[in-house]
Design a binder for this molecule. Structure first.
Ligand code: T4K
Length: 369
């Protein structure tokens, strides 16, 4: 059997390019703790994303977790369950209570029409997710947050390289958290970043990612260790040079999928939103079994039998996790439940050949009743 096709494949530079990038690290013996590569990546990301304030971290999860800690929040955080475990865990690990809002059935982001009703006198923040790179209703979230004096922290882990109305998705809310994990459109092997509005948040984050150390003899907060090391920063520097062309190659994959699957009864594809320059991070498809003639599970299995490993991002919903057994009522997020039972994210990466996309689509279409 030919090699398996996985849901994604990390973008990497040539070995030679990476070796050139890490050569100075070998010369200096400076491996971590905010070294030269860390500083350079920070500066280059500010330019690329069009932001003034950024902190680099070990991963997207620590970006979320430490941002919530840095804001010194207490009480309830309104978020969505249609996301990766990290979003909800970051809230719970801060001693905060997640309050789950349903999602829009069209773009899978938080449904702002249902958000306001969830606000109580314990609500301190909103943590929406730009899921699959679909941008949340920025203006409406902003309006609600201002009205009730709430912080807004975007989980922007899926949106690297995207713009909304010409502005990078790093610019919205009080803070936007990115993941630079190996599986992301832009990776630094493992890595993450927070872009934020208030410079003061940056100095708190800087300390929190280094045990709360302010100076050699002064520890001012109970921080973690979440510093991006020099080898990860070097990978980030290499990948940043190529990210725009990687996104362009993803676009070709996206277009081939759309050409083959759009208009098929019982399949719903993810639409590119108005005013958004997308990054083609994921290719989710919703399978409506009765119309399509096969369930998500049947398609998943048949793809698997053909060596194609699609994924059920994001199933199960985080409010149904065993870890939270009995704590949350999933019937309050019916759209999220509906979508999570029917979604399959198909292989999507820059190197994916269009002939392979055709093969994947052939298998999917052969599942019809
Ligand atoms: N918020 C959101 C909305 C997120 O989606 C994520 C992460 C986070 C926060 C937290 O950010 P990080 O702390 O992770 O930076 C993967 C990723 O590990 C995770 O980063 C990502 N979301 C999530 C959606 O997907 P898994 O458990 O599905 O990964 P895994 O190991 O099964 O990999 C998926 C595929 O990627 C593999 O089949 C092949 C490919 N791959 C994987 C690795 C590890 C590569 O090509 N190279 C690699 O090195 O979670």
């Amino acid at each position: 059997m030919s090699e398996q096709i996985l849901v994604t494949r990390s973008s990497i530079p040539t070995l030679e390019e990476y070796i050139e990038e890490i050569r100075p690290i070998f010369a200096s013996h400076w491996l971590t703790n905010m070294g030269a590569k860390h500083k350079q990546l920070q500066a280059e990301l500010c330019t690329y994303l069009g932001v003034e304030n950024i902190e680099l971290l070990t991963n997207g999860h620590m970006a979320l977790e430490l941002t919530l800690q840095a804001m010194n929040l207490q009480g309830e955080v309104i978020t969505t369950p249609f996301t990766f475990a990290s979003t909800t865990h970051a809230i719970v690990r801060n001693g905060l209570t997640p309050v789950f809002c349903d999602i829009n059935p069209d773009d899978f982001t938080i449904d702002t029409a249902k958000l306001e009703a969830l606000i109580t006198d314990r609500t301190c923040a909103i943590l929406p997710v730009h899921v699959y790179g679909n941008v949340c209703s920025i203006e409406e979230i902003d309006r609600i947050a201002r009205k009730y004096g709430l912080k807004v922290i975007y989980d922007a882990c899926h949106t690297f390289g995207e713009t909304y109305r010409g502005k990078s998705t790093a610019c919205f809310g009080d803070a936007s958290c990115f993941s630079f994990h190996a599986t992301k459109v832009f990776n630094s092997i493992e890595g993450g970043a927070v872009c934020f509005r208030d410079k003061k948040l940056g100095s708190i984050l800087y300390e929190l990612k280094n045990f709360g150390i302010r100076g050699p003899e002064d520890v001012v907060s109970v921080g973690a260790n979440a510093k991006m090391n020099e080898f990860c920063a070097a990978m980030g520097l290499c990948n940043l040079r190529h990210v725009d062309s990687e996104i362009a190659r993803r676009k070709a994959v996206y277009e081939r999928y759309v050409e083959r699957l759009d208009g098929v009864d019982g399949l719903r594809l993810n639409r590119i939103q108005e005013h958004v320059k997308p990054n083609y991070a994921y290719f989710p498809v919703i399978f409506e079994e009765k119309v399509f003639g096969a369930s998500r599970e049947e398609v998943f299995d048949k793809l698997g039998a053909n060596g194609i490993i699609a994924r059920k991002y994001f199933y199960p919903l985080t409010n149904t996790f065993t870890a939270f057994h009995g704590k949350f009522d999933v019937s309050l997020t019916p759209n999220a439940l509906h979508i999570s039972k029917r979604v399959l994210t198909l292989p999507m990466y820059a190197d994916l050949g269009l002939d392979v996309v055709d093969r994947i689509c052939d298998v999917i279409l052969s599942c019809r009743g």
